[in-house]
Ligand binder design. Structure first.
Ligand code: ARG
Length: 463
């Protein structure tokens, strides 16, 4: 059998062309959306009197068989059919005869592929959002148990001020919440139906796009057909949202890798999510976070690739756009497995509280607190307080101890305005709990953040 579009051609297509031109090998992933879209289109054609009862029933019955054949593995994918749209339509026509040939009335592959791909992106947007909520929930659980577990907060990867581990985890929960909201906003903006736009200009047939939109779960049909068949913003947004989310996942992964090193020892990743070395028997490697960090790169690549494909295209559909799918599938699959495995890694890791608290004794973490004490309790201007604190740090260094381990006598010698109440200010826990401003690290304010996040999670799950 010749190509569906072979009417105006006199020579048959070369097999090299088939291999180069066909998208079937990858767009077969869209089969369920293609069938769903065709059934909605057929229903509308029938309601509008374009298909008669028999034709419509044949199409429904035929499509049910096509779906069964694909799902059972009996369907023969033939690359010379070019893409999933023509493969399904050809098989439908083999099963039901002439009615199959009427299905393509008032549509084109241009609006068909725009529909299938958008349905795919919207469906996976929902899956990714569900996985994000689960990951955030797991992170919040860890945060809740560790509001009092202190570790050195860092800037420039240098010890800076003491914080608690729950607070550190809540920073990631906050990033992932923004990711969730970004996916949600893309979903809303793009929940419009492309079907019925036909090739580029609409159709003379008396179709009802509002009906197909409703049938397929869209809010409305798109406004302009020329834009609709040229538009891949919905996929670009998905790629950007995934790239940004993976950047957050990668940063958390980087910390997990550092924290699980013997130098830090802050966490121990579960054996179930670590791997061994083929030569060094003692090793336990954090392969999962390393791969999460590594896979982030290709999600950036997929975004830049599609942006580049789109940048020079005249309206409307151009075959370049067939390049939209593989990168998007790859990013979506990467995102889904990454969210799933990261959640497990976090749920099963051991938090080494003593190691974290031990590390708080390095780096004079309460230096800012001493300066604050001098300002608040002794009325010393901040610049001078900064200088006096510097001298106290130098003394601690000289004695080989942490600033928090200096006694009142030591400090009183440096500046006689310093009173005995200073030791309380130098304690690491006091330092952490002093930061009670909204969004700060104290155990109390961390608790407030956790509660706000839990309420938000509950609200999303109810919707
Ligand atoms: N396989 C094509 C794609 O993925 C489907 C649309 C083809 N349309 C066309 N006019 N050649 O983009």
């Amino acid at each position: 059998m010749g190509k569906m579009w072979s009417g105006r051609f006199s020579e048959s297509a070369s097999s090299l062309l088939d291999r180069f031109n066909a998208s079937l090998n990858f767009d077969k992933k869209l089969y369920e959306y293609d069938i769903k879209g065709s059934l909605a289109h057929a229903k509308m054609l029938h309601t509008q009197g374009i298909l008669n009862d028999q034709e419509y029933q044949d199409i429904v019955r035929g499509m049910e068989q096509v779906l069964r054949e694909i799902e059972s593995g009996d369907f023969v994918f033939d690359i010379s059919d070019e893409d999933i749209h023509m493969a399904i339509e050809k098989r439908l026509t083999e099963i039901i005869g002439d009615a199959g040939k009427k299905l393509h009335t008032a549509r084109s592959r241009n609006d068909q592929v725009a529909l299938d791909f958008r349905l795919y992106v919207q469906a996976h947007n929902e899956i990714i959002r569900r996985l994000l909520l689960e990951l955030i929930g797991t992170i919040v659980d860890v945060a809740e148990k560790n509001r009092e577990t202190m570790l050195p907060g860092m800037t420039h990867l240098q010890h800076a001020q003491p914080i608690n581990f729950g607070y550190h985890m809540m920073a990631y929960a906050s990033m992932l919440k923004r990711d969730y909201e970004r996916f949600e906003s893309s979903f809303r903006r793009n929940n419009l139906s492309p079907i019925g736009c036909a090739a580029l200009a609409g159709t003379p047939h008396p179709i009802d796009r509002k009906m197909t939109a409703k049938e397929l779960g869209f809010d409305a049909p798109t406004l302009n057909c020329l834009d609709t068949v040229s538009d891949r913003d919905f996929a670009l947004e998905m790629l950007f949202n995934i790239a940004t989310m993976m950047m957050h996942i990668s940063r958390l992964s980087e910390e997990l890798i550092l924290w699980s090193s013997s130098e830090f020892g802050f966490v121990t990743l579960s054996d179930a999510y670590s791997t061994g070395s083929s030569i060094m028997p003692q090793k336990k490697n954090p392969d999962v976070p390393e791969l999460l960090r590594g896979k982030t790169g290709r999600t950036y690549g997929n975004l830049v690739a599609l942006l580049t494909v789109m940048k020079g295209l005249p309206l409307a559909y151009n075959k370049d756009m067939q390049e939209d799918k593989e990168g998007t599938f790859d990013s979506v699959e990467t995102a889904e497995i990454s969210l799933t495995i990261l959640k497990e890694v976090i749920a099963t890791m051991t938090i080494n509280r003593e190691k974290m608290e031990e590390a708080c004794k390095i780096g004079h973490l309460s230096a800012t607190d001493l300066a604050d004490y001098l300002v608040e309790k002794c009325g010393i201007p901040f610049r001078e307080a900064h200088f006096i604190t510097g001298r106290a740090v130098a003394l601690a260094e000289q004695k080989g101890v942490d600033l928090s381990e200096l006694g009142y006598e030591d400090l009183h010698q440096i500046d006689e305005r310093i009173g005995p109440d200073v030791t309380e200010y130098l304690s690491i826990r006091h330092s952490m709990n002093a930061r009670r401003s909204e969004g700060g690290t104290s155990t109390e304010t961390t608790k407030a953040q956790i509660e706000t996040m839990q309420q938000w999670l509950k609200k999303q799950k109810e919707e």
